[in-house]
Design a protein around this ligand. Structure first.
Ligand SMILES: NC(=O)c1ccc[n+]([C@@H]2O[C@H](COP(=O)([O-])OP(=O)(O)OC[C@H]3O[C@@H](n4cnc5c(N)ncnc54)[C@H](O)[C@@H]3O)[C@@H](O)[C@H]2O)c1
Length: 354
């Protein structure tokens, strides 16, 4: 079993990663939590696959379980869904000493975490991420969020789980496209982290390779994210490094209106921001081609006609991560050598075209 410890000033928790862990998750939660009522939140895709198995185990551990299923997809990260969940929890007499478990991808994790953080000013929370993106990224770090229309993740909280339980075998029921998408974030993390992590990336030549190495890939990605979050829980400094590939990526993701998945947009964003910095002489010559090769080999896109359009620059200028007229761009000089490069928001177009 692989393990990552997250130690923060106010709390600490463990991330456990093991193939087949879902078969014994009930007893793990039985050791983590005292007897209580549990809101098990999942979605319409994950529910039919894994919900009953988890409910049965929790029940046999003596927990009372109320299972709530939301519609699969980003549209569930919305106020009415939070209100509906909280209303059901209140009707089912949930109190502050009860708990919420997220069983699903990043959407369920963000939604359930947000609901847990505001229900009665916060009740305990556990993550059981089932998508690659959630396993390597969103389930750890404590960011929760919902969207307001097109404004993604604009309402949220920092709220850490009590534990994160990952079973890489759940990736078997995910489509190749979603697995590749989650892998976009892994390539990002490996480039930020080290030559050593990059060597592992060089061994991944297909989506099946991702599934086969999922435990190690998750452990390394989460290990890196945990280190960054432990230094900078509220994103005042180095946590911004995790935005590598996201400035351009986020803009084209919005402009693609659902045609580009998040990790696909990050893949394009990473390659293009690296080209900008390689051309400026700030990144090692050849590194952009290497990153491009590693994302293409699993079928991730590296080009988009949306890059460089007037709407693209408009979206970047309005990105909520811009601070006091400055846009912080992340690039790697080489693997394991990331930098944050601030430019005036008004000069984005000129900077990218130089
Ligand atoms: N909180 C954070 O730090 C953070 C970080 C990155 C992304 N996010 C958020 O995460 C979300 C994206 O996460 P995602 O890609 O997991 O999306 P998702 O939750 O929509 O999951 C993708 C799809 O896969 C399905 N699915 C999940 N696990 C499955 C499984 N094992 N088998 C079959 N189908 C499965 C889901 O039902 C969904 O249809 C976005 O809302 C994004 O904003 C949050």
């Amino acid at each position: 079993m692989a393990k990552v410890e997250v130690n923060l000033p106010q709390t600490k928790y463990t991330v456990l990663i093991e193939e087949g862990l879902l078969d014994r998750v009930g007893s793990l939660i039985g050791k983590q939590w005292s007897s209580r009522k549990i809101a098990l939140i999942t979605d319409t895709n994950v529910g039919p696959l894994y919900q009953q198995q988890v409910v049965d185990q929790l029940t046999s551990q003596g927990f009372t379980v109320c299972d709530y299923v939301v519609k699969a997809g980003e549209a569930s990260k919305a106020w009415p869904v939070v209100a509906d969940l909280a209303t059901k929890m209140a009707a089912d007499h949930f109190t502050r000493s009860d708990g919420v478990i997220a069983l699903g991808g990043g959407v369920v994790g963000d939604l359930a975490g947000f609901t847990a953080s505001i229900y009665m000013r916060g009740i305990s929370f556990i993550q059981i991420p089932t998508s690659l993106l959630a396993q390597v990224d969103s389930s750890v770090g404590g960011k929760t969020a919902i969207d307001l229309g097109e404004a993604k993740n604009i309402i949220g909280t920092f709220y850490q789980p009590d534990a994160v339980y990952i079973d890489p075998l759940t990736l078997k029921t995910m489509t190749d496209r979603y697995v590749a998408e989650g892998y976009g974030e892994i390539v990002k993390t490996a480039a930020l982290d080290s030559q050593d992590f990059w060597h592992l990336i060089q061994q991944i030549n297909s989506v099946d390779d991702i599934r086969a190495h999922a435990t190690e890939l998750s452990q390394r990605s989460i290990g890196y994210k945990a280190r960054i979050v432990m230094e900078d829980e509220k994103e005042a400094g180095n946590r911004q490094l995790l935005n590598f590939g996201h400035t351009m990526g986020h803009a084209i993701e919005l402009l693609a209106h659902g045609d580009l998945a998040h990790g696909e947009a990050v893949s394009v964003g990473m390659v293009h921001i690296m080209q900008v910095f390689e051309d400026l002489g700030l990144a090692r010559i050849g590194i952009t081609a290497e990153i491009k090769d590693r994302v293409s080999v699993v079928g991730l896109p590296t080009e988009s006609a949306l890059l460089g359009t007037p709407d693209f620059y408009e979206k970047i200028k309005n990105d909520k991560k811009n601070k006091n007229g400055t846009l912080n761009l992340v690039y790697v000089e080489d693997y394991g050598k990331p930098h944050i490069h601030g430019i005036p928001t008004d000069s984005v177009k000129e900077f990218f075209k130089e």
